[in-house]
Ligand binder design. Sequence first.
Ligand SMILES: [Zn+2]
Length: 153
Amino acid sequence: MAVGLGGSFVRSEILLKLGALPKISFIGWLVMQGRLLTRERLKRMGITLDDSCVLCARAPETHDHLFFACEYSKRCLQIMSSKLGCHLPSQGWFAWWNSQIFPSQKIQRHAAMFLLGLIYSIWWSRNHCKTESVLLRPEYLIARFEKSSVFVM
Ligand SMILES: [Zn+2]
């Protein structure tokens, strides 16, 4: 199941072709296709019994939960929105993305890079938490995201 794409394949393609490094674009593509190996998917495959979210342990770790409903992800988006001085929806990023009319391609590109970077960062933090048993504070993750040079702008 794809994540909240709102039916705009073209917009999804734009999101993935705007210059992010391949690993970031690939994670974005997997999220849009609902194909990351979340705990919920691993449980359905019979690989694990525990499908709880690695970041909050309050819900099954589905794509929708991890990137759109998890309190950790919402906090990351809230911090980033505050830094950007704008209001971004706490749920349904892709529906928001698909509904936007950007005033220029440059702004559309920056919005796409922001979304891909945030998705990648949340997945990275989730994996870091899983392997190191340390949950990074959202403030630290966003600071790391801001300092990274993982994007080709
Ligand atoms: Zn969660």
